[in-house]
Design a protein around this ligand. Structure first.
Ligand code: G3P
Length: 219
């Protein structure tokens, strides 16, 4: 599973990218608004830090406007993915951009049939929003499984990018369901490798070594 950071916070991205575990970044207008900075400038800095796909979301809702804004974004860096909403104009723009070799992330996906349409439009990524479905009592994970089934049935190459992730469980079950990517808020990203028994075990190892005078001479 590829792990993306779901944030536009450049400082946070810089810190996490040092681990070598960050495969890409997704942003959206709400995340961009939180920075209080120029969106294009933020994207330039993110693309310089993370070599993988960096999603930049258009603000236009019409085809022509989307294409104009996509042109601004694609000039930023080769690893920019244009994020468009799953609407008629969004899929028209997705088709035009993907036919031209541009990476497109189709976002705000809430049904498997929508995801099928995005794949037909040549989407590189599809972003089903797990958390927002869970928020209204639906099962976001069923959506991931259904998209996986449809994509495998017809050999669609679009990558399932599980989004709106709110917990470690979301990452676990999205991976089990066959999502290609999980885009994860920073606070959850760090929790992925945490387990209390790991911490306890390490503490015991170090205490036993200290008690017995076990050392490793490095010079
Ligand atoms: O990438 C989409 C994601 O940022 C949306 O998450 O928590 O606003 O549903 P959320």
């Amino acid at each position: 599973m590829k792990l993306f950071l779901d944030t536009a916070d450049v400082a946070e991205i810089r810190e996490y990218a040092k681990s070598g575990l960050v495969d890409g970044v997704t942003t959206n207008p709400s995340l961009a608004a939180k920075t209080g900075r120029d969106y294009v400038e933020v994207l330039k800095e993110i693309c310089a830090v993370v070599p993988g796909a960096v999603s930049a979301e258009v603000l236009a809702t019409d085809f022509d406007g989307m294409m104009k804004q996509a042109k601004v974004f694609t000039k930023i860096a080769r690893n920019i993915a244009i994020k468009v909403p799953l609407t008629w104009d969004g899929l028209k723009a997705c088709k035009a951009l993907s036919d031209d070799g541009t990476m497109v992330n189709v976002t705000l996906c809430f049904s498997a049939v929508q995801a099928m349409m995005a794949a037909k439009a040549g989407a590189h990524f599809i972003s089903p929003f797990i958390g927002r479905l869970d928020d209204i009592g639906e099962d976001g994970m069923t959506l991931i499984r259904d998209i996986r089934t449809i994509y495998d049935n017809y050999g669609f190459k679009t990558e399932i990018l599980a989004a709106s992730i709110r917990s470690v469980s979301h990452v676990l079950y999205a991976a089990l369901a066959g999502a290609d990517v999980g885009t994860i808020p920073g606070d959850i990203f760090k929790k992925l490798l945490s387990h209390p028994l790991t911490d306890k075990g390490l503490e015991t190892f170090l205490a036993d070594a200290k008690k017995a005078g076990v050392t490793i001479k490095t010079e």
